[in-house]
Design a protein around this ligand. Structure first.
Ligand code: KG4
Ligand code: ZN
Length: 320
């Protein structure tokens, strides 16, 4: 079954075709209109999706060598409501016109299951760490659709912390890749930023962001590369701490990372080195938003018999 996946929940306009052999095409247009604003402007995102999506979908079909897929999978949430609606409406019209099934996919499930697209795919059950700009959650994934939330952030997401710290340091957007590069030249022990704790296994990142701001505006701030490396070390430490504790609590030692922050070099290195767990990492380009993860999650649901009616609505706050 060849599935077209469409993703428009934030600032990537993406489409991909996935079948039993894997990813046949994967087209991602990262919107550039937001750059001057140092963050995503929802109305501009919706407009850019409306403008680019038809060409992105056409390119995905052409590269896959097909004229129409056997089904359409589309992100229905969580995300920016206007942005989601552009993709969802387009997907509905395609499914109706082609006379093929439609399946609405939760964006977080797309990330969570994206490591299954890799050659060294984890088998169920596994721990899924989803670290993106909007979410930081740890799930126990028992099967497709059977997920237990073990931990989440009580305030900022990890990627959001990267983006906010980048703003404090006067860098561009998105902050994650920039801080990642700077940290490679910095000393992670230069500044002893806090490793904040929340209840149970939960995370809290807003105090860390505030600590960076206080340091930067203080009397004798460290060099920017050292601040970046020290901040990043604190993020990696708290992510690692909760994952290791969850592995001990559940006895599940296979850990799949996903979401934009899973592209981070230090995080990838650290999780690969840990002996207590076995980490599965999607290719870096598959960590940030893409259509392949939506096509893949949708395909797994379609194979289990799921279909959604054309009346399915956008769910901006859809919890997994
Ligand atoms: O998954 P994603 O593309 O979109 C959401 O669903 O949120 O994640 C985007 C987030 C941004 O906050 C960005 O700064 C962060 O992922 N990010 C990174 C890196 N690449 C992207 N954070 C740390 N290191 C990176 N290399
Ligand atoms: Zn995402």
């Amino acid at each position: 079954m060849k599935v077209l996946g469409i993703e428009t929940s934030c600032d990537e306009t993406a489409a991909s075709v996935v079948d039993e052999g894997g990813v046949r095409s994967d087209v991602v247009y990262t919107q550039t209109v937001h750059t001057p604003y140092l963050g995503v402007v929802p109305e501009l995102a919706s407009r850019a999706h409306a403008e680019k999506l038809p060409a992105v979908v056409r390119a995905a079909l052409e590269r896959a060598g097909i004229e129409r897929p056997d089904a359409v999978a589309v992100t229905a949430g969580p995300g920016l409501i206007g942005a989601v609606l552009v993709g969802l409406s387009f997907a509905k019209s395609l499914a109706l016109g082609w006379g093929v099934p439609l399946v609405a996919v939760n964006h977080l499930e797309g990330h969570l299951l994206s490591p299954l697209l890799e050659p060294d795919a984890p088998a169920f059950p596994f721990l899924g760490l989803v670290v993106s700009g909007g979410h930081t959650s740890l799930y126990l994934a028992r099967d497709v659709g059977d997920y237990e939330t073990l931990a989440q952030t009580v305030d900022d997401a990890a990627g959001e912390a990267y983006d906010k710290v980048a703003r404090v340091l006067g860098l561009g957007y998105p902050g994650g890749p920039i801080i990642d590069r700077m940290a490679a030249n910095g000393d992670p022990t230069a500044v002893d930023f806090p490793r904040p704790r929340a209840r149970g296994l939960d995370w809290s990142f807003s105090g860390l962001k505030t600590a960076v701001r206080t340091h930067v505006t203080g009397d004798d701030p460290a060099a920017p590369d050292d601040i970046a490396a020290s901040f990043q070390q604190a993020v990696v430490d708290v992510l690692e701490d909760r994952v290791l504790r969850a592995a001990d609590q559940t006895g599940v030692r296979r850990v799949a990372l996903s979401g934009g922050v899973a592209a981070n070099a230090q995080l990838r290195r650290r999780f690969t080195e840990l002996e207590a767990i076995r980490a599965a990492l999607p290719a870096r380009s598959r960590c940030t938003d893409n259509g392949a993860m939506i096509a893949h999650a949708g395909r797994l649901r379609l194979l289990r018999g799921q279909r959604d009616p054309l009346s399915v609505t956008a769910r901006p706050g859809w919890a997994l």
